[in-house]
Design a protein around this ligand. Structure first.
Ligand code: C2E
Ligand code: CA
Ligand code: CA
Ligand code: CA
Length: 276
């Protein structure tokens, strides 16, 4: 990794004639990105291990700007979350994902979107999604809402209420990065969750760590005993795929199937069988 110097932290900005920190520059860039419509949606397929077909995808945000295109949204989403910009960015994700679904006439396709805590607790969030679905002539069942466990730590009651209304409106609820947060099995009991996503770190550790394998196995069993569906993310090689098949996992997602790519390219894989 490159050694950081003082110049990485403080950069001279010609326009502002000021010294700005990297954080301030990124905030300014984020605001410009909203004005200039620089955010785009990439899709990553999920593979159904039963019929080896792709029928669902996850929408992942990308910043179409040379400086940021290769960067993970994790880097700027955190900043956006601190500054409330996340609501505006989240609206763009919703808008663009719903447009993709509108243009894709097949109603059996499902796309999952990642939702931040600040978005979900926003007043009118559920109605916004319902109206957007109606406007774009798509069924709520075509949209999955991915939330992480951290969403449940703060403002618990309001989040529970929102998740219940989303579910009632017909959206599916996916619990992302399962096992990494302050997870409580209580959530699984109290919330109308449809899908659990096993975090990629467990998958990565599985190959050389029997404990991780036991954890993955147990998470899959637990999910099934609760009548839920389980997705494993971060599958990068055939050994991981074979292991998850044996453990009875329902869906897998990862570079082995496909990296996140532009929507048009990803959708070509819809309903295609994947051979290994
Ligand atoms: P996430 O929701 O857990 O998304 C999965 C991340 O794992 C994605 O990173 C994806 O590109 C990456 N990934 C998929 N398959 C593999 C694999 O086989 N190996 C490895 N090493 N990685 C894999 P990405 O796109 O950089 O996104 C990072 C995080 O940023 C996401 O984690 C999510 O928390 C957040 N994010 C992305 N898009 C959005 C969005 O539209 N809204 C919000 N609120 N957050 C988003
Ligand atoms: Ca996710
Ligand atoms: Ca995840
Ligand atoms: Ca994550």
């Amino acid at each position: 990794a490159k050694k950081s110097s003082i110049y990485d932290i403080i950069t001279y900005d010609d326009n502002l004639k000021l010294f700005l920190t990297n954080r301030e520059i990124m905030l300014k860039d984020l605001n410009n990105a909203l004005v200039n419509d620089e955010f785009i949606i990439f899709l990553q397929p999920k593979l159904d291990l039963r019929d080896k077909r792709i029928k669902s995808f996850e929408a992942l945000l990308r910043w179409n700007n040379p400086k940021y295109l290769k960067r993970s949204p994790e880097e700027y989403i955190t900043l956006a979350e601190e500054s409330d910009l996340i609501v505006k960015i989240g609206d763009i994700v919703i808008e663009k994902t719903f447009e993709i679904l509108k243009d894709y006439k097949n109603k059996n396709i499902n796309i999952a979107i990642n939702i931040s805590p600040k978005q979900i607790i926003e007043q009118g969030f559920v109605n916004k999604l319902i109206l957007a679905a109606r406007k774009n002539e798509i069924e709520p069942s075509q949209i999955s809402i991915e939330v992480t466990e951290t969403i449940l730590v703060e403002t618990f009651d309001i989040v529970i209420e929102k998740i219940k209304s989303l579910k009632k409106a017909g959206f599916s609820i996916h619990l992302d990065d399962f096992g990494t947060g302050y997870s409580s099995l209580k959530y699984l009991k109290d919330l109308p969750i449809d899908v659990i996503k096993i975090d990629k770190q467990f998958i990565k550790d599985m190959s050389d760590d029997l404990k991780s394998e036991a954890i993955v196995k147990t998470m899959i069993q637990l999910t099934h005993e609760l009548g839920l569906t389980v997705v494993a993310e971060g599958i990068e090689n055939k050994q991981e795929l074979e292991k998850l098949k044996i453990l009875g996992c329902d869906y897998i997602q990862g570079y082995l199937i496909s990296k996140p790519v532009i929507a048009k390219e990803a959708l070509l894989k819809y309903n295609k069988t994947i051979k290994f």
